[in-house]
Design a protein around this ligand. Structure first.
Ligand SMILES: [Zn+2]
Length: 282
């Protein structure tokens, strides 16, 4: 196999890519997944990577001569950098050379291009706010940074913003595959709590006394169900109703293949939103 050194120009540096960073490259690397980058200007490693199509958010480690590097490192001719992907081994809750600041927990802000992913994350219990149609890129970034949320998006340019520390270029176009991608990447498989969060507005659900919501229930719901949950944000009412089998089957389909430890506890609420117009007592 050719080595990177065999291609060595006098004016370039070497970048070897690993894992799924290779898929993002706008130039084809050699057999060793190495690109020789002509260095014609003073540039940080962040700028060089992004000019090749790899947003800094997608990089977990940069190593040169066995030493971890920062994004601000100014590249020199002849240097060889190894670019490792974001991975479950580099969770955002642990400080690294690239990201000394951490998030305290994996909470998300889902861009409008992955809106259905936000709903699925909520369905399995994770805090996932959604970007509104009226939100500009600047406002989206402000919110992700201000609330220390991981920005999930399919917009590569948005992730190149220097002030954004935590983000993910969601790779799949299929929402269920996107969910698997995020659960795997952030090692969330064992923290799944189906139906603990409001799918509509992302706030947690809390069990409520049937008496407090009885006026909002349809007659049959009132008759056959005794345990109710209410969104602490929007007030929607949930109970273990007719959507139980459908949504459980969906979860089995998505999560079953992941072999992650999840189950549906008997006391977990199942979304089956109360209608307000059923018996005229809303
Ligand atoms: Zn709600």
């Amino acid at each position: 196999m050719k080595t990177a050194a065999a291609h060595s120009p006098d004016t370039g540096l070497f970048l070897t890519f690993y894992g799924d960073t290779v898929d993002l490259l706008r130039r084809t690397p050699n057999d060793a997944q190495t690109i020789i980058y002509p260095l014609s200007r003073r540039a940080s490693i962040k700028d060089i990577l992004e000019s090749l199509g790899v947003p800094h958010t997608e990089v977990g480690r940069i190593v040169r001569a066995g030493q971890e590097q920062t994004f601000e490192k100014i590249a020199e001719v002849g240097e060889h950098f190894h670019i490792h992907p974001l991975s479950p081994a580099t969770p955002p809750t642990v400080a690294t050379t690239l990201r000394p600041e951490t998030v305290s927990d994996c909470i998300f802000l889902a861009d409008i291009n992955v809106a259905r992913l936000a709903g699925l994350l909520r369905m399995v219990g994770f805090d996932a706010e959604a970007v509104g149609r009226e939100m500009t890129s600047s406002v989206t970034l402000d919110r992700a940074i201000g609330e220390k949320r991981i920005l999930l998006t399919r917009n590569r340019d948005l992730l190149k913003q220097r002030r954004l520390v935590f983000g993910r270029l969601v790779r799949s176009q299929d929402p269920e595959k996107q969910l698997k991608e995020i659960l795997n990447l952030y090692r969330l498989q064992d923290r799944i709590r189906p139906f603990s969060r409001c799918i509509a507005c992302n706030r947690p659900l809390a069990e409520v006394d049937k008496k407090t919501v009885i006026d909002r229930l349809l007659p049959l719901t009132r008759k056959y169900y005794d345990r109710f949950y209410q969104c602490t944000g929007c007030g929607k009412i949930y109970w273990r109703g007719s959507h139980h089998d459908k949504m459980t089957a969906q979860l089995e389909r998505i999560l079953g293949k992941m072999q992650c430890r999840w189950r549906l506890p008997q006391d977990q609420p199942i979304p089956d939103q109360a209608r307000h117009d059923g018996d005229g007592k809303a």
